[in-house]
Design a protein around this ligand. Sequence first.
Ligand SMILES: [Zn+2]
Length: 307
Amino acid sequence: MFVWRRNRLMLAWLVCALATSLARAEPEVVTLELPGASVHLLIEDQPFAIGRDALQDWVQRSALIVGSYYGQFPVVEAHVAIRGRRGSGVYNGRAFGTVGAVVNITIGFDSTQAELDDDWILIHELIHFAFPSVPRQHHWIEEGLSVYVETIARANAGALTPSLAWDEFIGGMPQGLPKSGDRGLDYTPTWGRTYWGGALFCLLADVRIRQQTDGEYSLRDGLRAIVSSGYNITRSAELRTVLAVADAATGVTVLTELYDDMRAAPYPADIDGLWQALGVSRQAGRVIFNDQAPLVAIRDSITAREY
Ligand SMILES: [Zn+2]
């Protein structure tokens, strides 16, 4: 969710695009059916080289990856609008929750199948559907969840190898560490602390929940409980309320305690000890796994291919 209150602009665009499609009497909006959910897909009438069917398959596959992680697609009804521009690849996306669950995504006219297969941006945006809108100072949890879950959900789906998943984390997570003058996640709204600081919160929480429950529960169980309790992007909530819902589902209070540690203090100081405990390192540009590390079982279960 990069932008908060631009829903009017987005709506205006949707209406224009819909009006154009009606004028041409072409079925520009297709509805993709997922287990328990419908995604209404609007593809801008532009010359996408790859064709509409491939774009439709990309959205369906991305939605299924998100739905598989959460046990259900996070909203019953969603709208995805694909816009085109010159070039190749997926450029950017935005998720909105103020007038239903909506994702607006921009891709190049010359995008290839390989680029769509490797895409993480649409998955990132769809994951935003699975968390309520919280007060602005907690924006890090919204972005952090999308960054963290996007990687794990793709690994669980077999769309990302464990090596690549840990490579992303080893490269990205240090950007979420507090720098000099940091006042905690709620009070340090820099890019690094928002995206990667939030993702670091999620990784630490996932590891601790698994440790404290002997592997019986994970962050995913907590996040699934948030969705099954009716929270999603179209609702607003207090962060502590939502964290308590997730804690209750796992039987431990990891999320609330970690929030208390990270909300107003520069925590954690470093991440090297965590990589060592998980047995992951990067040497000569490659991820090396140490299978003698104490948390190797947790490491492997986090990024295991599940289907
Ligand atoms: Zn985002």
